[in-house]
Design a protein. Structure first.
Length: 309
């Protein structure tokens, strides 16, 4: 398999994750009425980590201290991202939660500057400004205040951005499957510890409901296990910036699913905000290089024609 083919297959894998995650916003929004947010994380991460560990039991024997430590770091970032996202969705719509989560795409270039000393292009700066305006249209109330759920979701995007950067760093030299098992396991551990500290009551009666069981299995097996396994494996062969762009389609599928299944609606101002954010996502990562390529090609062709004339 050529490197180009492998990269293309991995890109399709990342896109497929966004469909799974897009529907997960609907599942989470319906489930927070029955399961407290941190306990919900505990269930989904425990299901995912235990099943994945059983499937790849033989690989656990190859784990070293470095992989263990890096898996724990990824687990910290992943847990914080999902904690802010899941708590935030209680106070905002699933569609807004989906779109604001993907602001991590604009954050990745700037965090690369901080962690890897790679200065962002002016496209990234312009994209960040456009995204900020889009967030304003999408989230600000009439009195220019911002919903606490929207604010928590933006914080969640920050931790997802860090998570993406460190996945790219660690998967270059370490087993992505082991890193997935470890980050999910540590996320589960942090969730079980934090839930009672935050005063959440264990949902003993609720977890006996059939619909809740199905929801937790979907979040655990598909959205978490399959989603992050594919992300860690595919991102090994795709640049972090490209991966963040592909993963941003989670917002599109999240909004579509919230409209179809939750009957949510967007006002004209909110649609404008979504469009600005999505435009900023594309600008930040592609810099419209395909347009400049077409322009340069046509420009050279025109010059050649003029010379011939």
């Amino acid at each position: 398999m050529t490197e180009k083919t492998r990269s293309f297959i991995c890109a399709l894998g990342l896109i497929s994750i966004t469909i799974i995650w897009g529907f997960a916003f609907v599942v989470v929004k319906n489930s927070v009425d029955y399961i407290p947010p941190i306990y919900m994380l505990a269930f989904r991460f425990t299901i995912a980590s235990v099943v994945l560990a059983l499937i790849f039991l033989s690989r656990l024997k190859k784990m070293d201290k470095s992989t263990f430590f890096h898996g724990m770091i990824l687990g910290v970032f992943l847990f914080l991202a999902y904690a802010f996202q899941t708590v935030g969705i209680q106070f905002t719509t699933a569609g807004k939660n989906a779109f604001l989560t993907t602001t991590y795409v604009m954050m990745v270039p700037f965090l690369h500057w901080i962690f890897n000393k790679i200065k962002p292009s002016w496209y990234s700066v312009v994209a960040a400004i456009i995204a900020l305006v889009g967030i304003g249209f999408l989230s600000l109330q009439g009195d220019f205040s911002i919903n606490i759920g929207d604010l928590l979701t933006i914080v969640c995007g920050f931790f997802f951005a860090i998570h993406i950067i460190f996945i790219s760093r660690y998967t270059q030299n370490q087993d992505p499957v082991l890193l997935t098992i470890l980050q999910l396991g540590f996320s589960a551990l942090f969730s079980w510890i934090l839930a009672p500290i935050m005063g959440e009551n264990f949902p003993l009666q609720e977890i006996q409901r059939g619909d809740v069981i199905v929801s937790m299995l979907y979040l655990g097996l598909f959205s978490t296990l399959l989603g992050f396994l594919l992300q860690n494996v595919c991102q090994k062969y795709v640049r972090a910036s490209t991966a963040s762009l592909l993963l941003s389609f989670e917002a599109v599928f999240g909004v579509l699913c919230s409209i179809i299944f939750l009957k949510e609606y967007l006002t004209g101002r909110m649609i404008l905000g979504c469009c600005l954010i999505f435009f900023a996502l594309i600008l930040s990562e592609t810099q419209f290089s395909f347009l400049s390529g077409i322009f340069n090609k046509n420009f050279k062709k025109k010059n050649l024609t003029d010379k011939q004339i």
